[in-house]
Design a protein around this ligand. Structure first.
Ligand SMILES: [Zn+2]
Length: 143
């Protein structure tokens, strides 16, 4: 999975990053934090989990001795642009996962939540899914 020059960050924008190499088992030389700092929590003796200290967004999985890291794909500015090529940790997969896409579904608006959705959109503190010159970014799409 090679997708050079991707960027991403946490939900609030306090942490932003850029990637210039493969996403899976990415080398540290291919990963640059462009704003803020990644906080870490040791999830075991072998790995740290990186996250934003401001908003809690999970960002990385870092093997302590492996010399590489993995990015949480949902933190990319355009996560749909990257297609996963493999799965890992299958023993922890929820037994219902394969059934989810076959369940009945509806959009938030179809569920009668249009007013709540508008309030969320109008009051969102989420950082835009792109780099900005400053943080916190001004709302309404400014840079
Ligand atoms: Zn954040």
């Amino acid at each position: 999975m090679v997708e050079p020059n991707l960027s991403g960050g946490c939900q609030c924008g306090a942490v932003r990053y850029r990637i210039s190499g493969p996403l899976a088992n990415m080398q540290w030389d291919d990963f640059t934090v462009t704003r803020g700092a990644i906080a870490r929590s040791a999830s075991s003796d072998l790995a740290d989990r990186g996250f934003c200290r401001e908003c809690g967004t999970p960002l990385t999985y870092e093997g302590k001795d492996a010399g590489h890291l993995n990015i949480v794909l949902g933190t990319l500015d355009d996560p749909a642009a990257v297609r996963p090529a493999a799965q890992y940790g299958l023993e922890a997969r929820m037994p219902w996962l394969n059934e989810v896409l076959g369940l009945p579904g509806e959009t938030t608006e179809d569920a009668g939540e249009a007013d709540a959705l508008k309030t969320i959109r109008d009051s969102s503190h989420q950082h835009p899914d792109r780099d900005t010159d400053r943080w916190p970014a001004e709302q309404s799409g400014s840079q």
